[in-house]
Design a binder for this molecule. Structure first.
Ligand code: AMP
Length: 588
């Protein structure tokens, strides 16, 4: 398949943010795509080479890209740097430079998607001392044969700056339309994606075997399953209202969610955002196979830091010490953990997702042995308000955050925030009833003690409909000096010259960041705002929502990706809830 077809599509897609138009462009592209190439196209559209959980990084630095442009065009580095600085987009700079190539080259062959993909793949595999030279060689060989438009997209993919703003749902809509003629089949595709986390594979299957093939899609060991999420409730009463009079309550431990894939001694661990995190937990990898009494199994657990002497659970932040590449052994002994199992998703070659919560819990207890390191998360069956209060008391005393409440007869809904699980936190840390997880989109330089750090951050919610990040507040309180240093370390490589198009904000920050880091804040109230863009026009025309007196809680949510942040829907619900409470109070 000619790469020019893909480059033309990218060009059209970059010109719009409207979901329907994007879907239409995708359908046109998929119609021209041979089955053998479709998975590659789907990854490339998302600026990837393989699904995220494989952890493949292109890792090409701007300098190398510029040198490659220089090599293939014969134009001096200085000129290229100048062009790049003008608009901050290396792809665009390349296309301008290559149009005025001084070195005449003859386009010897049309470049194909396959060739570009394979070259990029080779680049991602390069390591060691000569790798920079090799990268340059590969890149300039592609650029030599590319048109200026093609070159600009090749470079954007290489540098991770291709941002078409296409949500996974849009890709699935387009796949359903192209290969089954019916957009409603998206739901079937969604299931396949939820159990595989691999959109390329889903695309290939529907292209070759149609909807029938998609229906047969099964869990594959060592491919992560997208996790089930919980709705929040504010009180015991609300939980009972929603769940009736018999349900399960589990401790809500404050650790890191881990999905464990195990076959004999082979163990792979995935985070909540489906990143392979095996290297942070060598203790789990070593110990867990002893506890398993099945040929293969997929489990879910909360890994929690503990005080070894008292057995008490410690806060999530303690696990941050394990986020390091070297000397992990030392962190393992200094910051011990326990693995607290709460679900089973697969066992002896079969899916457990369709089983009820009760059946799954029994199965988990049957196939996994407990010991000091591996435990079942404490669980009780609740039948009235007193029981839920007692269980909450015990959980808080043990150092947990609150409770997770689960319907007994419901299946596991991969990839969705269903209403079959509820979270109930004890401490109403703020008047809103819960904290919010927000994406850091911008920063303001600090003064006084905070000079050299970002003293204040601009935060955003996630707008699911538009797939954008909408500003909701600035936050400058609640940070310790250590927090500020840590946040600076994380954010400084994420600074961008131009604001990412997925950010919606009227505020001008000193610096803009890639929307990646998620932090937790509390606030006193949600108010209507003429400046902030969260839930714009949803409550009142020309007004968004903003947080009043926001404060950082000390929690950097490294386990969350930006799309996991609190959504505008959630903020609207909190805003309405707060109005209801105020109304009731007035009546009393
Ligand atoms: P939140 O991040 O506040 O939406 O809460 C959901 C998170 O709570 C999950 O992603 C898990 O990491 C964590 N968690 C702690 N205990 C449990 C439990 N018993 N069941 C499910 N998730 C739990």
């Amino acid at each position: 398949m000619k790469f020019s077809i893909l480059a033309d599509s990218f060009h059209k897609m970059e010109g719009t943010r409207k979901r329907l138009e994007l879907t239409q462009f995708l359908v046109e592209l998929f119609e021209k795509t041979p089955n053998e190439v479709i998975s590659k196209i789907v990854y490339l559209i998302q600026g990837k080479l393989r699904p995220d959980f494989e952890g493949i990084e292109l890792g090409v630095a701007e300098k190398i890209a510029m040198r490659s442009i220089s090599k293939s065009s014969g134009i001096a580095m200085k000129k290229i740097e100048e062009e790049y600085r003008k608009n901050g987009d290396i792809g665009h700079a390349a296309s301008i430079i290559l149009e005025q190539k001084t070195q005449m080259t003859f386009l010897v062959e049309d470049i194909t998607v396959e060739r570009v993909y394979e070259t990029l793949f080779r680049i991602s595999n390069l390591e060691g001392s000569r790798s920079q030279d090799m990268k340059m060689k590969y890149i300039s060989s592609l650029l030599n044969d590319a048109t200026s438009l093609e070159a600009s997209y090749i470079l954007k993919i290489l540098l991770g700056s291709l941002r078409l703003g296409i949500a996974e749902n849009t890709v699935m809509d387009a796949l359903a339309i192209t290969f089954s003629g019916d957009k409603n089949n998206r739901k079937i595709l969604q299931h396949a994606y939820n159990v595989s986390s691999d959109l390329g594979k889903v695309a290939e299957t529907i292209a070759t075997d149609g909807i029938k093939g998609i229906k047969k899609f099964e869990i594959v060991l060592f491919n992560p399953i997208r996790p089930m999420l919980a709705d929040r409730v504010k009180s015991e009463e609300e939980a009972i209202e929603k769940f009736g009079n018999e349900f399960a309550a589990e401790y809500k431990l404050d650790g890191e969610r881990v999905q464990l894939h195990i076959k004999g001694k082979e163990v792979v661990l995935f985070s909540r955002s489906l990143e392979n995190i095996s290297s942070y937990y060598p203790d789990i990898i070593e110990k867990i196979p002893e506890n398993i009494q099945a040929e293969n199994i997929i489990l879910e657990a909360e890994a929690v830091a503990i005080n070894e002497n008292t057995g008490e659970f410690l806060p999530f932040q303690e696990l941050m010490h394990r986020r390091r590449k070297y000397k992990i052994e030392k962190a393992v002994t200094q910051y011990p953990i326990t693995v607290n199992l709460f679900d089973i998703l697969y066992c002896n070659g079969k899916s457990c997702l369709e089983l009820s919560y009760k059946e799954r819990r029994e199965k988990m207890e049957k196939y996994v042995k407990e010991d000091n390191f591996t435990k079942y998360i404490p669980m009780g069956i609740i039948t009235n308000k007193n029981e839920i209060e007692d269980f909450m008391e015990n959980s808080i005393n043990a150092g947990s955050e609150g409770l997770m409440l689960k319907m007994l007869d419901k299946s596991y809904q991969a990839g969705s925030r269903g209403s079959h699980w509820l979270k109930l936190k004890r401490e109403y840390q703020n008047d809103l009833g819960d904290s919010l997880d927000l994406v850091v989109i911008g920063g303001f330089f600090g003064k006084g003690r905070r000079t050299g750090n970002y003293g204040t951050l601009l935060l955003a919610t996630y707008d699911e409909d538009e797939d954008t990040f909408t500003s909701i507040c600035k936050v400058g309180t609640g940070f310790s000096d250590e927090n500020l240093d840590q946040i600076y370390q994380i954010l400084s490589p994420q600074v961008t010259i131009k604001k990412n198009p997925r950010i919606t904000s009227e505020m001008e920050a000193d610096v803009w960041f890639e929307p990646e880091l998620v932090i937790e804040v509390v606030a006193s109230e949600i108010t209507l705002s003429p400046i902030h863009k969260a839930a714009m026009d949803k409550i009142r025309t020309d007004a968004g929502l903003a947080l009043r007196f926001p404060k950082f809680t000390g929690k950097i949510r490294i386990e969350k990706i930006a799309e996991d942040a609190s959504t505008n829907e959630e903020v609207i619900a909190l805003y309405k809830g707060q109005k209801k409470v105020a109304h009731e109070k007035n009546l009393i």
